[in-house]
Design a binder for this molecule. Structure first.
Ligand code: PMT
Length: 400
């Protein structure tokens, strides 16, 4: 990859965990890729690695005091918040994550994050039990909702002697993921329509058929498209997610609503990406009143829903068309069959069985298949994966 970080202002925030020793290498990796790096440490981070080490590597004084009389205007956090084009907190301990989630501002790092409008990345690093704790899981979910880039953690041997998820990603991996976030505006002026989330097929006024899609993958794709300069329309089934910045959202409920909303956007659409988990069937006759449980058995007659993706791919004008395939087995074979039967340009296949199911998880992995190639995008957070996917789509769209 080219030096996409040349001249970029990256604020590296280090919190107090044993992985802080890796932040020295991370600082070098970012500088090697052309970034101008400044470092802020929490007081506890200075117990794991000295500010002097980071000062020598970054070429700038390292700040760790919220009340630094030497700082310009005497307000170091404001100066740093304005200077940063991206903030990377690595390692982000469970404690640092909690403080960031709650917007605490009583150390320089958290105050700077709070004052800054720069994109925020956190690289969690902690014991596996702490990572699995519901408190941490909830905090991470909040970060995802706020479109914070959660990079990692990796799974493996831990400093505490245990084995599991919670290791900070390696410095090189982190630097690579940061590079992706600064990728060029590869879709400038391009109109991208993305579908996301589940659909809801009413049985009666209080019951319906749906599925486990949270919308996270589709929203991440819409956000990545928008960050790549696209004019992005997100057509979303029912989710709890907030609309990514810069994206226009159209809320729908059923598959037929979604089909209608998609068709209305197709005239000037350049790229269509179908991430939604659309119900294949709906009840033939939804009831106007709540169905009473009078009998032991109840038969529901279902009818096929329109295939939104296939109808876009066979329409005129036809955008560059990307589908997703959610499979519990035979991932590649079934995905290839969908590529051909729906006559689309590219398919992104993801597993939805077992522990690594793409449904409702914060991370995912994708197998990209088109007529000419197959490419595996390894497991990463959905926002990072979405950036990689958009880059691959832009490459193919540009060389049509
Ligand atoms: O929302 P998350 O919790 O983040 O989960 C993400 C995801 C697993 C939902 C997502 O990554 C994914 O795989 N989406 C497609 C799910 C799916 O319905 O796959 P499918 O194999 O049944 O459908 C194939 C393609 O046809 C999909 O692009 C789908 O959007 C599209 N389709 C399907 C049926 C239909 N009636 N109309 C369609 O457009």
């Amino acid at each position: 990859m080219a030096n996409t970080l040349t001249g970029k202002h990256i604020l590296l925030g280090i919190s107090g965990g044993i992985a802080a020793y890796k932040s020295a290498v991370l600082c070098r990796e970012l500088i090697k890729r052309g970034a101008d790096v400044r470092v802020v440490m929490t007081p506890s981070a200075t117990r794991f690695i000295t500010p002097l080490t980071l000062q020598a590597l970054s070429g700038h004084p390292v700040q760790h005091d919220l009340f630094d009389a030497e700082a310009e205007h005497g307000m170091g956090h404001i100066d740093l918040a304005r200077w940063a084009e991206l903030i990377l907190v690595a390692p982000a301990t469970a404690q640092a994550i909690t403080r960031l989630v709650h917007g605490q501002a009583d150390d320089l790092l958290c105050a700077t994050v709070l004052a800054s409008s720069a994109p925020l990345c956190v690289a969690p690093a902690m014991n596996r039990g702490m990572w699995d704790n519901p408190a941490t899981r909830d905090n991470i979910a909040v970060l995802h909702e706020r479109q914070v880039h959660v990079l990692g953690p990796a799974e493996g041997d831990q400093a505490c002697g245990e084995h599991g998820p919670g290791r900070m990603l390696e410095p090189e991996q982190l630097a690579e993921q940061v590079e992706l976030l600064f990728a060029d505006a590869v879709l400038q002026g391009v109109k991208v329509v993305v579908t996301a989330g589940p659909t809801w097929e009413a049985i009666d006024p209080v019951r319906g058929l749906s599925n486990r899609s949270s919308g996270k993958m589709g929203y991440a794709v819409a956000q990545a498209a928008s960050r790549a300069g696209a004019d992005c329309i997100l057509i979303s089934g029912p989710t709890r997610l907030t609309c990514p910045q810069g994206v226009t959202r159209i809320n729908v409920s059923s598959a037929r609503d979604m089909a209608e909303a998609v068709q209305a956007e197709m005239n000037d659409c350049d790229i269509f990406i179908a991430v939604a988990a659309v119900a294949d069937y709906r009840p033939v006759t939804p009831q106007d009143e709540k169905i009473k449980k009078d009998s032991e058995y109840l038969n529901l007659e279902l009818v096929r829903n329109p295939d939104i993706l296939a109808s876009v791919a066979s329409g005129e004008p036809r955008p560059y068309t990307v589908g997703f395939a959610a499979e519990t087995r035979n991932l590649e074979t079934y995905a290839r069959q969908k590529l051909v039967s729906k006559q689309i340009d590219l398919i992104a296949a993801n597993p939805v069985a077992g522990e690594n199911s793409a449904f409702d998880s914060d991370d995912n992995e994708l197998l990209l298949i088109d007529k000419a190639s197959t490419l595996q995008l390894p497991r990463a957070s959905k926002p990072v994966l979405a950036h990689q996917l958009i880059k691959e789509i832009a490459k193919r769209y540009g060389s049509r």
